[in-house]
Design a protein around this ligand. Structure first.
Ligand code: RP5
Length: 161
């Protein structure tokens, strides 16, 4: 039986998948069941409302939301769910993701979005941060995450050649 998803990965457009797939890959690597959906704050606002308002009752524990440009998706999702929301600024063509970053990070006090770096590093770290949060109540996941981190450390060479 497929385990129920614990994390919801949402993104504003299919074009965001090239970035957000790195978050999904990290969750896969750490054995965290997740679902992936395109939900646009601007093009599919009703889908966003439905998704965010039902996420917790459907059993999700955390959302990772990626968007680019006028990136309202993470903030709007955070406004409608009690779950922690991790925001990934997707690298936009016009402004290299600076617009995405500022749109996501400058939330008003009272509606938090944990904002990651622009692009692929942010997506990878969103997966790792999601794992660290979920590991607080999941000893087996905490072990897998610790092992992942140990492998990363071991793989750093002492010399460049
Ligand atoms: C945002 O606009 C999306 O998150 C995406 O990063 C950006 C461009 O979307 P497309 O025009 O490629 O669909 O809503």
């Amino acid at each position: 039986m497929t385990p129920a998803p614990r994390v919801g990965i949402i993104m504003g457009s299919r074009s965001d998948w090239e970035t957000m797939r790195h978050a999904a890959a990290m969750l896969d690597e750490l054995g965290i069941a997740h679902e992936v959906k395109i939900v646009s704050a601007h093009r599919t606002p009703r889908r966003l409302y439905d998704y965010a308002e039902t996420a917790a009752e459907r059993g999700l524990q955390l959302l990772i939301a990626g968007a680019g440009g006028a990136a309202h998706l993470p903030g709007m999702a955070a406004a409608m769910t009690p779950l922690p929301v991790l925001g990934v600024p997707v690298e936009s063509k016009a402004l290299n993701g600076l617009d995405s970053l500022l749109s996501i990070v400058q939330m008003p006090g009272g509606v938090p979005v944990a904002t990651l770096a622009i692009g692929k590093p942010g997506a990878i770290n969103a997966g790792l941060l999601a794992a660290a949060i979920l590991a607080l109540g999941d000893a087996a996941l905490a072990t897998r995450l610790a092992e992942w981190r140990a492998r990363q450390t071991e793989n750093v060479a002492e010399h460049p050649e």
